[in-house]
Design a binder for this molecule. Structure first.
Ligand SMILES: Cc1cc2nc3c(=O)[nH]c(=O)nc-3n(C[C@H](O)[C@H](O)[C@H](O)COP(=O)(O)O)c2cc1C
Length: 178
């Protein structure tokens, strides 16, 4: 299986990192990280995003500003895309089809080809603009899976909390079965 994962500039890039690690155990991952997300990797995780994923099996790190990439075309077959976390900026760009960078274009392609698109927004509180963009995307067929980890599994640490959300994303993607 082959998935596109976008990590954009919202708090919680740890969700994206963990999803990529789990998915790459069994699938090919085409990874896009926005410039702001790279900054947030440094701030929240104290790591360089590029170093994190360099030379890792099944992970293809793509240059976000290079629109001349196979994933910018619908003829490149994928099994779906997840943007995790999804900033309100990227959410809005996808909702209006801006396609200004490779992440936005890839999401545009996934929507037009009617493949699975999962967005994991992270913002609070949500404005009318944010909610309207989410509704627009839901109506276009995207799944909106907010970064809301659950507590009923009694998480003992941050890793447990992160995994509860990431495993839910994998379930919706059809990769993880409990
Ligand atoms: C440290 C930091 C944390 C941020 N957290 C969020 C957030 O949680 N949610 C959000 O929608 N935007 C957040 N932003 C703002 C976005 O990063 C900003 O709107 C950016 O232009 C989004 O661009 P991108 O989607 O291409 O990464 C944050 C920015 C910084 C620098």
């Amino acid at each position: 299986m082959r998935y596109i994962i976008g990590i954009s500039g919202a708090s919680g890039v740890i969700y994206g990192k963990r999803l990529v690690e789990l998915l790459a155990e069994t699938s090919e991952v085409f990874l896009l990280i926005t410039d702001t997300a790279k900054e947030i990797f440094k701030q929240e995780l104290y790591v360089d995003a590029d170093d994190c994923f360099a030379n890792r099996k099944n992970i293809h790190c793509l240059e976000i500003h290079n629109l001349n990439s196979p994933i910018a075309s619908g003829s490149f077959q994928t099994d779906g895309m997840v943007v995790i976390p999804c900033s309100m900026g990227t959410l809005s760009a996808i909702a209006c089809g801006a396609s200004d960078n490779l992440l936005e274009r890839a999401a545009d392609v996934v929507l037009k080809e009617r493949r699975r698109l999962i967005l994991v927004p992270r913002e609070t509180p949500l404005s009318e603009i944010h909610l309207t963009n989410m509704l627009t995307l839901r109506r276009m067929g995207a799944d909106i899976l907010p970064a809301m980890p659950c507590f009923y599994d009694k998480p003992k640490n941050i890793t447990d909390l992160v995994d509860s959300l990431v495993k839910r994303v994998l379930q919706v993607l059809g990769v993880w079965r409990i």
